[in-house]
Design a protein around this ligand. Structure first.
Ligand code: FES
Length: 316
């Protein structure tokens, strides 16, 4: 038997059309109990039926524990998840989500500088609400948008206190990310979520920073080659006692699929963490953008993973 995937049953309690192709969804327990806890800026996978799973950052904060709030922009060129949420999900509808995972741990002593583009602000809204609840003002948000940004209603006190710098890119140039984060090179945390050019500028600006002082969230995974360049290896699933050979044309995820093993897959490109799986024999090849070096000691992001040896054992 494949390992059961932990899911949380919720009901859609509110759907708000915020304009600019963006809707905000509030999910609650059907009996209004507290939902499983989460860290500021954590993600949930939303199970949309028909095998569609999409990952979204929570915008509310951990103390607001009876709801999960997500904001979804319709991606017209996307893979269908955001359109499904916009067109087919209504108040009262049950919806299954994963346990929250990940999140951002703000630096308690130094400054936290957040750089966001458009809807990429969602994890930082959660972090800012968390900090504001505690009376902590050791952060700054630099937020670009085309016109007035949506979701600003969730951080009004922070905006009024001058801790949020808004850049309307219909009227002014994009800010220089290296200048924003440059002042904090010696201390504090810097985090970025936004479009690819912004992420690239951020990655370049913090390339020499220690890993624990920088945080990058991507919306779109980097392109994964259709065919792996790794020689065939044996795959053994210790929980379900299944054995197979992974070949370059089928790959690890394809092999798991062929074995009928249920692994939640959202981005399919190593950036969301939905498919993280424990491994016990390898060593694996890690190509993801989510696991820390410590987590890689016993976890693998299987949608982009492989094996560097002859046998990979996964706890599935
Ligand atoms: S499905 Fe997103 S990291 Fe694997």
């Amino acid at each position: 038997m494949a390992k059961a995937i932990k899911a949380v049953s919720t009901i859609v309690s509110k759907v708000e059309d915020l304009g600019h192709d963006t809707k905000r969804f509030t999910l609650v327990d059907q009996d209004d109990w507290e939902l499983p806890p989460f860290r500021p800026g954590a993600h949930i996978d939303v199970h949309l039926g028909n095998g569609l799973v999409r990952t979204y950052s929570l915008c509310n904060e951990p103390d607001d524990d009876r709801r999960y709030v997500i904001a979804v922009k319709r991606e017209r060129e996307g893979r269908g998840g955001s359109s499904f949420l916009h067109d087919c999900v209504e108040v009262g509808q049950p919806i299954s989500v994963s346990l929250p995972r990940g999140g951002i741990v703000p630096n308690p002593a130094g400054t936290n500088v957040f750089v966001a583009g458009g809807i990429g602000v969602t994890p930082f809204i959660s972090v800012i609400r968390h900090l504001e609840r505690r009376g902590q003002s050791n952060y700054a948000l630099h937020w670009t948008s085309r016109g007035l940004p949506i979701l600003r209603d969730m951080i009004v006190p922070a905006i009024e206190a001058g801790r949020v710098r808004l850049y309307d890119t219909t009227k002014q140039a994009q800010p220089v990310v290296a200048e924003i984060v440059g002042d904090f090179a010696g201390s504090g945390l810097a985090a970025c979520c936004g479009p690819a050019p912004m992420l690239k500028a951020f990655e370049d600006a913090v390339s020499a920073w220690p890993e624990d002082r920088k945080h990058i969230e991507m919306f779109t995974p980097p392109k994964v080659p259709a065919r792996s360049d790794v020689p065939p290896y044996e795959l053994y699933l210790s929980a379900s006692k299944k054995l197979a050979t992974v070949t370059p044309d089928v790959g690890l995820l394809g092999t798991l699929d062929a074995l009928g093993v249920e692994v939640p897959v959202s981005c399919g490109g190593g950036i969301c963490g939905a498919c993280r799986t424990r491994w016990t024999e390898g060593p694996p090849i890690h190509r993801d953008r989510v696991l820390s070096p410590a987590e890689r000691q016993n976890e693998l992001i299987v949608c982009v993973g492989d094996c560097a040896g002859q046998r990979l054992v996964l706890d599935l």
